[in-house]
Structures are given as structure tokens and as C-alpha cells.
Write a protein that binds this ligand. Structure first.
Ligand code: HEC
Length: 501
């Protein structure tokens, strides 16, 4: 009995390791990689792009464009923009370099302030060997706030310029074809509007976006965009001319009653993939037939903030569907914001640990970084740290980590002035019905918690089951130094039922 059990284990190990050969692993399997820091001590390299001089060009959120030689690490400042307004997730954000050397242009977009109002601007610069000159404003005065600014830029295979713009926390504007917020835009490179755009005389290419922070064409010329959802439904979308992606009425797939109602009367394009709990997807790029890591060929590479990872989304042969997802660099370098691939197929990512919402323990010394990812043998190189198996978490902690920790943090301390702490606060320790209501319906400021004013928005979590809400409410009431009575599933059901009447 014992011997046959051991045999079984040995056999299973042989199967899993691909006995005797180094055959291509199935698409769901991670391969060995190693990493090398190319540049360190940066301040949120929001976009990274391969330049015409074989350097990596990068924007820093504070308002500079620089380049770094990936072989020598030598850095050079190309441009400092006066008057960028950086606050929370805004500042100097997107950048794309025209792939045709006969058109030596760089496109940048950034937020600026006029009086009390914040706007987004798109500018074209001409590049020389050592600077960016002749700014030409292509778009101006797009409403912005301190978040949801989108801002990924790309040149399409047909030579048009594409820009993602977030909803600037005005969800309804995403459905308004007259507004430029909550959209993906398309322009000629001189700022004029292409005659074949779907809405005559308008740069709008697609509508219904919340905060699309990734944009990339695949080899065959299909356009993909990644998008931050609210409490649920982060998305990867295949962008079609004139497509409506549903926000603020649809998050992720059209699956709730309310969403289905909207989808009956509007043609809404479903995501190629959606994530709940959310991962906070940022930059994307396409790794094609020459991808240096051969198992990543024909995949979208997606970097994430909340889950601090690089995700390899393998595409089908037609390049229209995601057939497998692998997670790399899981919590190794913190939040990841940008990703690019060199013409030779080398992959680079940039961290975002000096941004407004750093993970616990970040920024670390040397942050932020641009990192090269190379093929490697994780079993022998030792460069890929093998993660210690994590102890299984109690159910309440799992719900908390999935849905609450990105704002209130794992230790419940929150982020000063932005996300309130959950230790010893009235909302957590006080009336149980009120706490259940906060979780079900969310909360919008201004509110005062422990003498400090908060004026952000907490999303509604009514999509969680009664049991999950009871678990997470009990968790916050019994952790972070709190110790008060549990909340039951029956109580949650009652509060939810009363709210429906
Ligand atoms: C996207 C960020 C975000 C997420 C995710 C989030 N919250 Fe909040 N939460 C907030 C903000 C912001 C406030 C304060 C409201 C304001 O600024 O207007 C708040 C307030 C609260 C309060 C009120 C505290 C008090 O004493 O008044 C409780 C309780 C709370 N959150 C619990 C939770 C729980 C439990 C979860 C997970 C199910 C969660 N939150 C997820 C952002 C978030």
C-alpha cells in the first residue's frame, strides 16, 4: 500500500516535470525567468518605451522625460515640462514614440491646473539626439481630476494616434459621445480628426470606459485595452471602432439584472477577460513571434498595481481570445505600472512604488526601477526566488485581502487622509447595522473619522454574499486591535432585505 503510494507520487512528479525532456510546457505553466535592474531610484516611471537610439525612454510622473541605456545604465534627461500638475494618480503619464524614423515625434499627455480645475493635455514634440523640442498641443482642456485619467498612448499600424482617457470620476460622461472623458480617442498625428472616425468631427473611437490604463496593438493589428473596474470587473477589452464598453452601467460582463436591462437597449461589447477580485491592471504590450521568452510568444503582457504582478495572457491563433493566464513577479518588486518589448523581443517593466498608494513596506531602497526580464531556469539560477508556501488564511481574511486591503491595507491602517484606518473607529466598532450598510452600499465623503476628514469614495460591495459580508465585517471587528462582537449572516440578510423594500 505504502509502496504503491510512493510510486504514484513519483509518477505524478515525472508527469508534472515533463520527464526526460524539455518539451514546451502547456500554456498554463510558468517558465523560468530571471530579472536585472536597468535603472533605479526613479520616481514613478509611468510609461517606458523603446527609443530610436536603442535606449528606453521613460516619463516620470513628476513631469520629466528621460532615457536610459539598457546596456550601461547611463541616464539622460530629455525634457522637463513646466506646469504639470501631479496629484494622486495624475501628472505626466502617457508617451509613445512614432515608429517611423522619418516622423521623429514623441507624443505625451499630462494633467495641468487652471485655477482650481484640472485638465488633461496631449502634446506632440519633435525629438533630437538629446532633447524634445517644438511642442504642438493636439488636445487641451479635457476635464480631469486627481484620478481616472487613463492616458496610454499608441501609434496604430495605420499611422493614427490613439489615446485612452479615463472618466475623471464622472461615470456618466463615459456614455456621452460629446465628452472626451471615458473614451478611447483617435487622431491624425497633426491633431486633426480622421475622416473615418465613427462620430463625425470627433476624436472619439470607443465609449463606455472607466479608467483604461493599458493600450496595445498586437502583430495582426488588433487593439487591446486594459481597464480598471470599480470594486469588481477589471477588464481586458478588444477595442472596436465605435464600440461601447458599458461603463458606468456595466462592470465586467453583462450579468446582473440591472446590467442585462442596459445591455438589452444598448449594444455593449463584452470584455475578452474580466477579473474579480480586482487586480488593478496598468500597462499592456504585445510579445510577438520574436519574444525573447519563447513561451510568451503571441501573448499580451499586462502589469498590475494591486496584485503587483506581470501577467502573461496567451492569445489564440486568431489573436482575439485569451486562452491562458500566467502570473509572474508576484509581489517581488511591488506595484508595476509600465511594460515594453524591444524590437529584439526583450521584455522590460517599470515599478510604481513611489505613487500615491504604495503597498505595505514600499517604497523600498532603490525604488522605482526599470527591470529587464530574461529567460532563465528558475530551478538552477537561483535568481527567481522560490516563494515560501503561505499559510492558509481564515475565510474572513481572504475576503478582506481580496476586497478591502487595496485601500484600507492589510494591517487596517489605511492611507493618511485618503483611506481611513479601521482600528478603533466608530464605523467598525459601533452599530452593527450601520457597518453592514457601509459595506453593502459603500460610502462617499466628506466624512470625519477619528478627527480626520476623508473625501473619497468607497465602492458598494452588495455583490458579495451575505456570508462573505458577515465574514469580512467580523474580521474587521476582531482584528487590527479591535475586539467586539461578531456579525452574523442572518443579520446581513435582514439589513439587505430591508434595503430592498
Ligand atoms: C477603493 C477603496 C476602498 C475599498 C476597496 C474599501 N474601502 Fe472602506 N472606505 C474607503 C473610503 C475612502 C472610506 C471613507 C469614505 C470617504 O472618504 O468618504 C471608507 C470607509 C470605510 C468604513 C467607515 C469607517 C468609519 O469608522 O466610519 C468602513 C467600516 C469601511 N470602509 C470598511 C471597508 C470594508 C470592510 C471593505 C472591504 C469589503 C472596504 N471598506 C473596502 C475606501 C475603500
Amino acid at each position: 500500500m505504502k509502496a504503491s503510494f510512493i510510486l504514484l507520487i513519483v509518477f505524478a512528479c515525472i508527469l508534472l516535470n515533463g520527464y526526460g525532456g524539455r518539451g514546451i510546457k502547456p500554456p498554463g505553466t510558468n517558465v523560468g525567468i530571471k530579472t536585472k535592474t536597468i535603472a533605479a531610484n526613479l520616481d514613478v516611471p509611468w510609461e517606458i518605451a523603446w527609443g530610436p537610439d536603442n535606449c528606453i525612454w521613460f516619463t516620470a510622473q513628476g513631469g520629466t522625460v528621460s532615457k536610459v541605456n539598457p546596456e550601461t545604465g547611463e541616464k539622460q534627461l530629455l525634457l522637463r515640462i513646466a506646469g504639470t500638475f501631479r496629484n494622486r494618480s495624475t501628472g505626466l503619464l502617457g508617451m509613445t514614440i512614432h515608429p517611423d524614423r522619418k516622423l521623429p515625434y514623441v507624443f505625451l499627455d499630462y494633467t495641468y491646473k487652471e485655477g482650481k480645475k484640472v485638465f488633461l493635455r496631449l502634446v506632440r514634440y519633435k525629438y533630437t539626439d538629446d532633447s524634445l523640442i517644438h511642442p504642438l498641443v493636439l488636445l487641451n482642456d479635457i476635464p480631469a481630476t486627481t484620478g481616472h485619467a487613463g492616458s496610454r498612448l499608441v501609434i496604430a499600424p495605420d499611422g493614427k494616434l490613439m489615446l485612452t482617457v479615463g472618466d475623471a470620476t464622472n461615470g456618466n460622461s463615459a456614455q456621452d459621445t460629446n465628452a472626451l472623458t471615458g473614451k478611447i480617442l483617435r487622431l491624425n498625428i497633426d491633431g486633426s480628426i480622421p475622416v473615418d472616425n465613427p462620430f463625425r468631427g470627433s476624436p472619439v473611437w470607443s465609449t463606455g470606459h472607466r479608467n483604461p490604463q493599458g493600450l496595445a496593438f498586437t502583430g495582426p493589428g488588433t487593439l487591446f485595452s486594459s481597464e480598471h473596474g470599480d470594486a469588481i470587473g477589471d477588464e481586458l477589452n478588444l477595442i472596436k471602432r465605435g464600440g461601447n464598453y458599458g461603463w458606468p452601467h456595466v462592470e465586467g460582463f453583462c450579468d446582473t439584472e440591472k446590467e442585462q436591462l442596459f445591455c438589452k437597449t444598448h449594444e455593449v461589447t463584452a470584455p475578452v477577460k474580466a477579473w474579480t477580485p480586482v487586480i488593478a491592471p496598468a500597462g499592456i504590450t504585445y510579445c510577438g513571434a520574436n519574444c525573447a521568452i519563447k513561451e510568451w510568444r503571441n501573448a499580451i503582457l499586462l502589469v498590475t498595481l494591486k496584485t503587483q504582478s506581470l501577467r502573461v495572457l496567451k492569445l489564440n491563433d486568431a489573436g482575439t481570445e485569451v486562452i491562458a493566464e500566467q502570473v509572474y513577479l508576484d509581489h517581488e518588486f511591488g506595484r508595476l505600472r509600465g511594460v515594453c518589448v524591444s524590437p529584439a523581443g526583450a521584455v522590460y517593466v517599470s515599478t510604481s512604488n513611489r505613487d500615491w498608494n504604495p503597498g505595505e513596506g514600499y517604497p523600498k531602497q532603490g525604488d522605482d526601477r526599470i527591470i529587464k526580464i530574461l529567460p532563465g531556469d528558475s530551478s538552477s539560477s537561483g535568481l527567481v526566488q522560490q516563494k515560501q508556501a503561505k499559510p492558509a488564511l481564515a475565510e474572513g481574511a481572504v475576503v478582506y485581502n481580496n476586497y478591502c486591503a487595496s485601500c484600507h491595507k492589510n494591517n487596517g491602517e489605511g492611507l493618511a487622509g485618503v483611506f481611513p484606518p479601521l482600528r478603533g473607529t466608530q464605523g467598525v466598532l459601533g452599530d452593527k447595522t450601520r457597518l453592514i450598510k457601509i459595506i453593502l452600499k459603500g460610502l462617499s465623503g466628506p466624512v470625519t473619522i477619528k478627527g480626520r476628514k476623508y473625501d473619497q469614495q468607497m465602492p458598494a460591495f452588495d455583490f458579495l454574499s451575505d456570508r462573505e459580508i458577515a465574514l469580512v465585517a467580523t474580521y474587521v471587528r476582531t482584528h487590527f486591535g479591535n475586539s467586539v462582537e461578531n456579525i452574523t449572516q442572518v443579520h446581513v440578510a435582514k439589513v439587505r432585505g430591508a434595503g430592498k423594500k
